[in-house]
Design a protein around this ligand. Structure first.
Ligand code: ADP
Ligand code: MG
Length: 270
């Protein structure tokens, strides 16, 4: 049902997630649009309640130009309410569908990618793993800036939660080490970042999920279709580097942002 609170008008529902609903709301005082993520705690088990509170806690301390900004939170009537900035451009997954198969220009892909990588670098420097990087969780502002969102299953590394046993994230963005039962780590976020870059360049998932065993086989055998040869050799190489099966050989965010071809783009758009 529709959330109700003082000083906030509900405009419309904009999404329904796994644990809650997403609403576009407006602050009565200044008519400013905000997004409200509302989680019904009564429908959650203890672990899910913890996860919802963790998302609020994380978002309230994370401050970065490419991370969705926190605007407040409260618990009322067994519901957890999380207020954040509204990103008028919607999410990247929807943006990709709007292309109807027409490829993005390389410059647009790289500019988005740099902003996502900068947000991820900020998280990793602060020992935070996002663990659910995918196009549905990346939002665009009106002016086309990237805001990383949905910290619903993000974790601070070395927290007491046992990460090794929980299957998390989107199967199609899951890295080889997760299939091997190893704990989620920084490099698993990098794998997901590679899948995301692949999706931006092809408008398709690198590993469309049919059945689990063929998915695992294809990830290990490195059977990924190449991205279009219209894109530069640099971009083709970058996609392959991020999707390196071996965790040791997979780069980190600082390697990515120091690539000469990435630096050239950063210099142009800053
Ligand atoms: P869930 O945990 O249910 O996936 P998300 O935070 O990813 O929740 O939100 C679900 C969807 O709602 C997103 O994919 C996006 O389309 C929309 N959404 C969420 N937050 C925002 C926001 N701040 N601005 C614009 N759209 C948003
Ligand atoms: Mg989401």
């Amino acid at each position: 049902s529709e959330p109700r609170m003082d000083g906030i008008e509900v405009v419309k529902k904009i999404g329904h997630g796994s644990y809650g609903s997403i609403w576009l709301v407006r602050r009565s005082s200044n008519k400013k649009n905000l997004v409200l993520k509302c989680v019904e705690l009564v429908h959650c088990n203890q672990q899910e309640v913890e996860a919802a509170r963790q998302e609020v806690l994380l978002l309230s301390v994370l401050k970065h130009p490419n991370i969705v900004s926190y605007k407040g939170s409260f618990e009322l009537d067994c519901r957890l309410h999380l207020l954040m900035a509204y990103c008028e451009g919607g999410d990247l997954s929807t943006r990709i569908k709007l292309q109807h198969g027409s490829l993005f220009p390389e410059q647009k892909i790289i500019r988005w990618f740099i902003q996502i990588t900068m947000a991820l670098q900020y998280l990793h420097v602060h020992n935070v793993l996002h663990r659910d990087l995918k196009s549905q969780n990346i939002f665009l502002t009106r002016s086309g800036l990237i805001k990383l969102g949905d910290f619903g299953i993000a974790r601070i590394l070395n927290s007491s939660v046992d990460m090794a046993t929980t299957m998390i994230g989107t199967p199609s963005y899951m890295s080889p080490e997760l299939f091997a039962g190893l704990p989620y780590n920084y490099k698993s976020d990098i794998w997901a970042l590679g899948c995301l870059l692949y999706e931006l360049a092809t408008l398709k998932h690198p590993f469309p999920v049919r059945d689990m065993s063929s998915l695992i086989y294809r990830i290990y055998s490195g059977k990924v279709e190449r991205i279009s040869s219209h894109y530069s050799k640099d971009l083709q190489y970058l996609v392959r580097s991020l999707m390196t099966c071996n965790v040791e050989h997979r780069p980190n965010t600082s390697w990515i942002l120091h690539q000469p071809f990435i630096r050239r783009h950063i210099l142009v758009f800053l």
